[in-house]
Design a protein around this ligand. Structure first.
Ligand SMILES: Cc1cc2nc3c(=O)[nH]c(=O)nc-3n(C[C@H](O)[C@H](O)[C@H](O)COP(=O)(O)OP(=O)(O)OC[C@H]3O[C@@H](n4cnc5c(N)ncnc54)[C@H](O)[C@@H]3O)c2cc1C
Ligand code: FES
Length: 285
């Protein structure tokens, strides 16, 4: 198995102390959503930084705030890391104003990512909704880069409308390694793609549940529909991994903001298998 696929979440650079990072490039991906390419100001940290797809950073601006943001670049890419940020409140609004050369602070990486090392040899299906494609993009790019480690790759992606589809310029490179199927809730008449619910995409691809792992990230409203369809197709809970979003503060299991019944989303998640959260009814809300 490739050493590029860590089995566990990599240890943070420093559990509590943020490091300064500089914006190298930023662009608007969709209305209200920006993509950032960053590097650590301390060049030694760029080499020391390692993470798993699905892990997150606590991103902050002094005097404004801090929030968890998933890393959207693959762990196979060194020297820089990338974030995709939706404008939601004070911090993310301020992040959107940053331009190349500006700096922000990050601590992490935190949490458990997608266990790609354990998925070696299997087909992978990525199911993304809206900005949920961001952490999945890290895993997709990683699987594309290490394609000999995996079977077939299938990306199923849904967004509100065509304008909101993220990373559209990358689908062709993903298609060289597998399938990419896209659907939108609503579209103008000139849209030539599919319209409807993301579950409709399961009707246009052929999957082999016994040898396939599923990676899901999207709005909670999507989960029950997608999980229902996966069940009908014969997927087992242990092969389905979902990234959960919870309000967080510390990111390191101390403040209890992210607690869902018996688990800490920041430490034991954000990625959990359906097996792990079986019986915890509030986990998927
Ligand atoms: C593990 C994890 C990974 C994330 N990855 C990303 C990412 O890659 N890109 C991205 O843009 N956002 C991501 N988020 C969400 C992001 O952390 C929140 O949108 C964050 O609160 C924005 O901070 P703010 O100060 O700008 O807005 P705030 O003022 O904190 O919040 C704005 C609005 O969002 C609501 N909100 C805050 N936190 C959450 C939450 N965790 N879940 C649902 N609603 C919330 C608030 O109630 C409020 O209505 C992630 C969250 C988690 C837990
Ligand atoms: S965010 Fe503080 S315990 Fe999880």
């Amino acid at each position: 198995m490739s050493e590029m696929l860590p089995r566990d979440g990599a240890p943070p650079l420093d559990e509590y102390v943020p490091s300064q990072a500089r914006v190298l490039e930023t662009r608007e991906l969709a209305p209200g959503i920006r993509h950032f390419i960053l590097e650590f100001v301390d060049p030694g940290l760029n080499k020391a930084f390692s993470f798993c797809s699905g892990q997150f950073l606590q991103v902050s601006l002094l005097g404004i705030g801090e929030a968890p943001i998933s890393i959207c670049s693959p762990p196979t890419k060194s020297d820089t890391f990338e974030l995709c940020v939706r404008e939601a409140g004070n911090l993310t609004r301020a992040l959107h104003r940053l331009r190349p050369g500006d700096t922000l602070w990050v601590r992490g990486p935190y949490g458990q990512g997608f266990p790609l090392a354990e998925m070696a040899g299997r087909d992978l299906v990525f199911v993304g909704g809206g900005i949920g494609l961001a952490p999945l993009r890290s895993a997709i790019d990683c699987a594309v880069c290490l394609n000999e480690e995996f079977g077939e790759l299938t990306v199923l992606y849904g967004a509100r409308n065509p304008e909101n589809l993220l990373f559209t310029d990358e689908y062709d490179s993903w298609r060289q390694q597998g399938r990419v199927e896209v659907i939108v809730d609503e579209a103008p008449p000139e849209w030539q793609g599919r319209t409807g619910m993301i579950t409709a995409l399961f009707d246009v691809v052929e999957l082999k549940p016994a040898n396939t792992s599923v990676l899901i990230c999207g709005p909670p409203v999507m989960f029950s529909f997608v999980l229902g369809r996966l069940k009908e197709l014969g997927f087992e809970d242990k092969d389905i991994f979902i990234s959960l979003e919870r309000h967080m503060r510390c990111g390191v299991g101390k403040c209890e903001h992210c607690v869902v019944e018996s688990f800490y989303t920041c430490r034991q998640g954000p990625v959990l298998s359906i097996d792990q959260i079986r019986g915890i009814s509030s986990a998927l809300r």
